[in-house]
Design a protein around this ligand. Structure first.
Ligand code: 3PY
Ligand code: MG
Length: 257
């Protein structure tokens, strides 16, 4: 499963850049994930908040991705330092941290993603133990890792500027579904809102002011287009479920069904 002696790709957050397209997955099927990871997206997100991915599956995914190719990022289940450390130990190049209630959560997330003196991450990268790529030293890991905090609560939106300036927060990642719920609106209205002080504009401006990345879950190419119009270009443009459904539809259509 692993390339002995390979140079570690894991410390570089290649893929999750300001202008990049990712695929969001919630399956725990490692073989499917490897195929999706080789299908041309810049990054693949493993969603451990919703769906069946547990710590055991996470490590199986890490072994499967322990070679050069599409990097994987993990959306951890919560603002949980143990999960953030485990995702990075398994080889994720970035963590996406959900349900951030404000700047205190952003600080906790950022510190969990870095080794001392920048944070409190504990040493224990697993890739070396399964004879995979050499783990980067702590200083190199601290430079390469990316911690993206989600903006999907009203508290996070209120404190978005303070979150964006928090040391170790490398990006703001919008969860439009939860943000719409939190604001008592719909995803449709959230994406359509271009008025002064609109929520997506506030997030984009905060990221721009403080020179950090801004990304979002889109889920469909149409939502991706609308999010780009707001200035968000790091996007999960589709999901594992959607590409399977669309692939089946395309085949049946081609067959004249
Ligand atoms: C949201 O839109 O709330 C998300 O968390 C996307 O997965
Ligand atoms: Mg969400």
């Amino acid at each position: 499963m692993s390339d002995h002696g390979a140079v570690a790709p894991a410390h570089a957050a290649a893929g999750v850049t300001a202008t990049s397209r990712g695929i969001w997955t919630s399956t725990g099927d490692v073989d499917l994930l490897r195929r999706l990871g080789a299908s041309g997206f810049d990054w693949l997100a493993v969603d451990a908040q919703h769906g069946p991915v547990d710590r055991v599956t996470l490590h199986a995914i890490g072994r499967a991705f322990d070679r050069p190719g599409t990097p994987f990022v993990v959306r951890v289940p919560a603002v949980d330092p143990a999960w953030i450390g485990a995702a990075l130990d398994a080889g994720a190049t970035a963590v996406v941290v959900p349900s951030v209630a404000g700047v205190a959560d952003a600080v906790a997330a950022a510190r969990a993603a870095r080794y001392p003196p920048l944070g409190e991450r504990s040493w224990g990268p697993f890739s070396t133990l399964w004879a995979g790529a050499r783990a980067p030293d702590p200083q190199t890991a601290n430079v390469g890792v990316r911690c993206l905090v989600m903006v999907e609560t009203s508290g996070a939106l209120e404190e978005v500027d303070a979150m964006a300036v928090t040391p170790g927060v490398d990006g703001l990642f919008v969860g439009p579904f939860d943000l719409a719920l939190a604001l008592g609106t719909t995803v449709e209205s959230l994406l359509a809102d271009r008025g002064p002080g609109n929520p997506l504009g506030r997030v984009v401006e905060a990221a721009r002011r403080h020179g950090i990345l801004v990304g979002a879950f889109a889920g469909t190419p149409d939502n991706a287009r609308r999010l780009r119009a707001h200035g968000i270009h790091c996007l999960a443009v589709t999901t594992d479920v959607a590409v399977v459904a669309e692939g089946c539809r395309a085949v049946l259509h081609a067959e004249g069904a």
